[in-house]
Unconditional design. Structure first.
Lengths: 257, 279
């Protein structure tokens, strides 16, 4: 009997230890009563810059912050929309605890960041004014922006299709080039592609599955486990009461057929 | 004759199996009555995961997006977690072999050896007992999975238990090999620590040989002699296969760990049996 009690006490000790907070990330958010997020200035429909309809990621983060009983501080980072290399964005812990606006749950992202819960699917999608049988030999604009999608895979795919690839800097530039016939089609992240296609009455299709489909997530700094758990908890509540579905609906983030 | 009960004769196989069970049960019961061993089984994961893991975790996390020395899909706590399971198994397995010295010292071994049990059965019973206790001690670390942010599915746990059993069997056999060569308790304690700690520290348990680096690059990051020792240490592959199952990260081909452990089980048990027959 004494042995059973000893084993029970030691197990209870281990369970107790496993409930201790492994880091101070949540404590920091609670101490300042604010959750800081870094986003690109514009990445529709995730970040729009429109105060009335600020974007899916901004609205989701607001809802999460509200559940955590803290305020949301948005820090716009211009480099996020401009530069391919995350190192050049110079994002650090002092600026934000969450990175949003098109972060995908890929191996590359997970090598640098913790990832929060998934709220939508994404991947490379092709938009064009008319349905395309293939993009072979066409002139294609690529708009990568912030997402951690496989750019090397996309470049290889375009090469195998003998497509002429042209990198564009913004959604407006992509739309303008397709509209004036400079480009035959555009390749970008699926949610953005859905929005651009809907606005312009164009067609949209997934790029080949070999290029990968991913979940859209929020990025957190590696090792920030307590904050990640708090955000996951808030997300579970928001998912259960239909808030996430309502936000996605409002922005017409419909899945691609 | 009518008043004399006929004793049922048990088949030789049943005699061996009954003896095997008895010896296994004795080892397990003795381990659970030994509070010191139990406390050690709990304090090791607490110290290594809670203190060392938390203490070093900030030095391995990214501070600027995209700027980390090694691009690795885990935190330091997650990285060290499977290694602490291996550590708990190592200590318990090797220490459980001290019972061989104990049994020899107090005459129990002599009594068992004159029984109808074969020496292989006696040895297997002791090693299986030690293996069971070591796997249980290794499983204690799994309680800290939530703390280390390691998500485990039922299948992951089953696979991990399989690997832990192979590792524990090989290490308990190693402990018996040591116990057969060292005749005193004190000598065994010192010698087993001299084996356990170097094996553990050179098994890539507390630092990774990054798989993103080529062999040549690895030898630039770390001194040549250290890389060689790590690559020749069989425990490296056991820890690596546990990492593959628990945090989905392998530095070597996933099958290597299983192959190394199976070979270690066969070789070390054979050596232990050879020594045991000669003793």
């Amino acid at each position: 009997m004494r042995n059973v009690v000893s084993v029970g006490v030691l197990l209870a000790l281990l369970v107790g230890v496993s409930l201790l907070p492994p880091d101070t990330s949540l404590q920091e958010v609670e101490a300042t009563a604010s959750l800081k997020a870094c986003v690109p200035p514009r990445y529709p429909p995730l970040v729009t810059g429109d105060p009335d309809k600020p974007g899916i990621d901004i609205e989701l983060l607001r809802a999460v912050a509200e559940r955590m009983d803290v305020s949301l501080l948005i820090s716009e980072n211009r480099a996020m929309g401009r530069d391919f290399n995350p190192r050049n964005w110079n994002l650090n812990r002092a600026q934000c605890q969450v990175i949003a606006g098109g972060v995908v749950d890929s191996d590359q992202t997970r090598s640098f960041l913790e990832t929060g819960p998934a709220y939508a699917d994404t991947g490379w999608a092709i938009i064009s004014p008319a349905p395309l049988a293939s993009i072979e030999g066409l002139s294609v604009g690529t708009l990568a922006l912030v997402s951690g999608l496989d750019r090397i895979g996309l470049a290889s795919f375009l090469r195998t299709q003998n497509a002429t690839a042209r990198v564009v800097a913004s959604p407006d530039a992509l739309v303008a080039a397709i509209a004036d016939g400079t480009l035959d089609a555009g390749v970008t992240e699926a949610m953005l592609a859905t929005k651009l296609a809907a606005e312009n009455g164009w067609t949209i299709a997934w790029a080949p599955p070999g290029l990968g489909r991913y979940n859209l997530v929020f990025g957190l700094w590696k090792g920030d486990i307590t904050l990640k758990r708090a955000i996951e908890g808030a997300f579970a509540e928001l998912s259960a009461d239909g808030t996430i579905a309502a936000i996605l609906d409002r922005y017409g983030a419909a899945p691609i057929d | 004759m009518s008043g004399v009960r006929k004793r049922q004769r048990r088949s030789p196989l049943m005699v061996q199996l009954g003896g095997l069970y008895g010896l296994w049960l004795r080892e397990v019961k003795r381990a659970f009555r030994d509070r010191g061993q139990l406390v050690g089984g709990v304090s090791r994961p607490i110290l290594w995961v809670l203190i060392l893991g938390i203490g070093l975790n900030p030095y391995f996390r990214g501070e600027v997006y995209g700027e980390v020395t090694f691009v690795v899909p885990f935190t330091y706590l997650q990285f060290i977690f499977p290694a602490v399971i291996a550590l708990n198994i190592m200590f318990t397995s090797v220490q459980s072999a001290v019972s061989v010295i104990w049994d020899r010292e107090f005459g129990f071994l002599r009594e068992v050896l004159v029984s109808p049990l074969s020496r292989a059965t006696v040895l297997l019973g002791k090693i299986l007992g030690g293996t069971t206790v070591a796997v249980l001690h290794g499983s204690l670390v799994l309680v800290l999975a939530r703390f280390a942010d390691v998500s485990l599915t039922f299948t992951d746990v089953l696979k991990a238990l399989g690997l832990m059993t192979l590792l524990a069997f090989a290490l308990t056999s190693l402990g018996v090999v040591i116990a057969n060569r060292i005749r005193s308790f004190e000598g065994f304690g010192i010698f087993s620590n001299a084996v356990i700690l170097p094996l553990y520290f050179t098994s890539s348990s507390i630092f990774p040989l990054d798989p993103a680096l080529s062999r040549a690059q690895t030898r630039i990051v770390y001194p040549d002699w250290l890389v060689t020792i790590v690559e020749y240490n069989p425990l490296t592959y056991a820890v690596d296969s546990l990492r593959g199952v628990l945090i989905n990260y392998n530095q070597f081909a996933p099958w290597t760990g299983i192959a190394v452990m199976v070979v270690a089980c066969v070789v070390l048990f054979s050596i232990a049996l050879y020594d045991f027959r000669r003793a």
